[in-house]
Design a protein around this ligand. Structure first.
Ligand code: SF4
Ligand code: SF4
Length: 70
């Protein structure tokens, strides 16, 4: 499971320090490492990068790394 950052990222830095897994790196757009992103499960109720991102819809589920079926 992982989220991904889309090209409308403004590189505002808000998400960078919020990730409990240090999964986010700077870039244009910023990049989430799918090997590190846990979608914040076990840390927070909601993905912290999504909570912090000022651009609605910028951070979305990565279709290449979906959540395991329940
Ligand atoms: S969902 Fe959580 S673990 Fe994944 S990149 Fe965002 S803050 Fe980091
Ligand atoms: S909070 Fe959103 S806009 Fe800001 S750097 Fe992170 S993904 Fe980009």
């Amino acid at each position: 499971m992982a989220l991904m950052i889309q090209t409308n990222c403004s590189a505002c830095d808000a998400c960078l320090s919020e990730c409990p897994n240090q999964a986010i790196t700077k870039g244009k757009p910023y990049v989430i490492d799918p090997a590190k992103c846990s979608e914040c499960v076990g840390f927070f109720d909601e993905p912290q990068c999504v909570e912090m991102c000022p651009i609605r819809g910028c951070i979305v589920p990565d279709p290449a790394h979906p959540r395991a079926a329940a």
